[in-house]
Design a protein around this ligand. Structure first.
Ligand code: ZN
Length: 191
C-alpha cells in the first residue's frame, strides 16, 4: 500500500536528485515513505501548525530551546543531530550534521552510489528519520519518551535485521569494517 501511494504521488522523473536516496533496493518501505515526506517537506512541523492556528506555541519536543521546522528537526536539533552523528561516525563520515536543506544535498551527492557503504548509510538515514519522527509524535501526542540510547538501539536493530538478509557483500577492507561495526559475520562477504 505504501509503495502504491509512493508511485501515485511522486514525480516519475530521473531529474529528482533524491530519488535514489528515498527509494532503493532492500529498503524498509515505511522508513522510505517517511524520508520521502521529509524530502517533500510534507511533515506537519510545529512552525506550520502554529501558522495554521492548530497549536499556540512552536517549541521543539526535545527540549533544546528552539522552534520546530524541517531544518531544525533534520538535523539542527541537538538531540536528533546526536543520533545521526552517532551513525555518521560509525561509518567514518566526519562531518557536522546541518539543517535539512544542506543535509539532503549532501546525502543526494554522497550516497547516490550502489556500493555497500552507500546502501548501508541510506538504510540508516531512513531509519533515523523514521524513528526520530515517531519519537517526536510520541512525545507530542502520547507523552511517551524514549532515551537517546533506546532510539539508537531501535535504529540499529532495524539495520542489522536488513543486513542479515543479505546473501553477499563485496570483500574489501571498508565492507569488512562496516560489518564488524554491527557484529555481523564476514560469511556475508563474497569469496
Ligand atoms: Zn530541537
Amino acid at each position: 500500500m505504501i509503495r502504491e501511494a509512493w508511485y501515485a504521488i511522486t514525480p516519475q522523473s530521473s531529474t529528482v536528485e533524491w530519488w535514489k536516496i528515498g527509494w532503493f533496493p532492500r529498503s524498509i518501505p515505511k522508513h522510505c515513505f517517511c524520508i520521502w515526506l521529509t524530502f517533500c517537506e510534507a511533515h506537519r512541523t510545529l512552525n506550520k501548525m502554529v501558522r495554521w492556528g492548530l497549536v499556540p506555541i512552536n517549541r521543539c519536543e526535545f527540549i533544546c530551546g528552539q522552534g520546530e521546522s524541517i531544518d531544525h528537526f533534520f538535523f539542527e536539533c541537538t538531540f536528533i543531530a546526536r543520533i545521526w552523528n552517532h551513525f555518521l561516525l560509525l561509518y567514518r563520515f566526519r562531518r557536522r550534521p546541518s539543517g535539512w536543506h544542506v543535509e539532503s544535498e549532501w546525502c543526494s551527492q554522497r550516497l547516490k552510489g550502489n556500493d555497500f557503504k552507500s546502501w548501508l548509510t541510506k538504510l540508516t538515514l531512513a531509519a533515523v528519520i523514521y524513528h526520530s519522527w515517531q519519537e517526536r509524535n510520541n512525545r507530542l501526542y502520547n507523552n511517551f519518551v524514549r532515551s537517546f540510547e533506546c532510539l539508537v538501539s531501535g535504529i540499529g536493530d532495524n539495520v542489522v535485521d536488513k543486513c542479515r538478509g543479505l546473501t553477499q557483500v563485496d570483500d574489501n577492507p571498508t565492507n569488512r569494517e562496516l560489518l564488524s561495526n554491527w557484529n555481523l559475520q564476514p560469511i556475508l562477504l563474497t569469496l
